[in-house]
Design a protein around this ligand. Structure first.
Ligand code: NAP
Length: 286
């Protein structure tokens, strides 16, 4: 068996087209859609991501302002900047770029982001709302998982889903979104004994551990749908996921890295910014 490729690029293009229409509609009402990104790191991967998000925003006519506070920024300074942007009526969406300096977690700092502008679902209030089925912006990567599955008409209701990873940005919200779609969800993490015994039960397997090759072919149920959220830099500088390439021979469908979730994540974040700008319906998960 060769797994069907869950390519995210076409879906991303359609999300960008929706976002472009919303930008035009906002402009007709005198609103210039604006995204603010707060950066407090010198991490190269983060810098690359911020640059690519900024240029993707510019291509859609979304103004992107970057507040670079430097890697030595104090937690209070970062929280104050997030609060200032939350109060600025010209700013519609706010992203706090990870990693953040030692001394505070991204979740703590993100409490300063107004949930109405929290387009990457980083404020714990957003995650709480997701968990109880209230309208909220979901973290873009978690939202991208369900969008990609929907795009390929993967049935979720009643199916056994396993999520590897329990971070607040990917694993937990992805599990909440799958649960809201009536999947039977198990979350695994670094202390899950015999990970492969659990993942091989999954009809839908979502992997977000940041460990290249963590999921081998033997860990995957034949015919399973596998979504790889992992993005790590390989020795040659290329981007690799968490799923071993040999899984292609066992799974029924597999999202590639790159070209799977990544483009859907970026486009979804920009679409969410237009929703925030136009006070549109952020949606409920159930
Ligand atoms: P994270 O905060 O480091 O969380 C990783 C999770 O994986 C943790 O819950 C950890 O368990 C678990 N884990 C680590 N090693 C494991 C193992 N050997 N067995 C089972 N579970 C294990 O990372 P994250 O922010 O969620 O990101 C995860 C991956 O997604 C990274 O590669 C990141 O680059 C990628 N990502 C991609 C996008 C995108 O747009 N595609 C966006 C965001 C993140 P513990 O909780 O027990 O430590």
């Amino acid at each position: 068996m060769t797994a069907r490729r869950l390519d995210g690029r076409e879906l991303a293009a359609s999300l960008r087209a929706q976002a472009a229409l919303a930008v035009d509609a906002a402009a007709a009402n005198g609103i210039a859609v604006r995204l603010a990104i707060v950066v407090a790191t010198r991490d190269e991967g983060a810098a690359w991501y911020v640059r690519s998000l900024g240029s993707a925003a510019a291509r859609l006519g979304i103004e992107c302002q970057i507040a670079d506070l430097g890697a030595a920024a104090a937690p209070g300074q970062i929280a104050a900047e997030l609060a200032r942007l939350s109060a600025d009526p010209q700013v519609h969406g706010i992203v706090l770029q990870s990693p953040v300096p030692a001394g505070a977690t991204a979740a703590e700092l993100a409490e300063a982001i107004d949930p109405a502008k929290d387009v990457d679902g980083a404020n714990p209030v957003s995650l709480g709302r997701l968990a109880v089925g209230r309208p909220a912006f979901a973290p873009a990567t978690a939202q991208a998982v369900v969008r990609l599955l929907d795009c390929y008409e993967v049935q979720l209701s009643g199916r056994r889903a396993v999520v590897v990873g329990r971070s607040a940005v990917v694993g937990k919200p992805a599990a909440a979104l799958l649960l809201a779609r009536h999947a039977t969800v198990t979350i695994c993490h670094s202390r899950t004994p015999d990970l492969g015994a659990v993942t091989s039960q999954a009809e839908v397997l979502v992997v977000a551990a940041g460990r290249p090759g963590l999921i081998a072919a033997a860990h995957v149920r034949p015919g399973a749908v596998v979504v790889d959220a992992g993005t790590s830099a390989a020795a040659d500088g290329s981007l690799v996921g968490d799923v071993d390439p040999a899984v292609e021979g066992v799974a029924g469908a597999l999202s590639p890295v790159p070209g799977g979730l990544g483009p859907v994540t970026t486009a979804g974040l920009l679409l969410a910014t237009t929703v925030a700008a136009t006070k549109g319906d952020v949606g409920t998960v159930r």
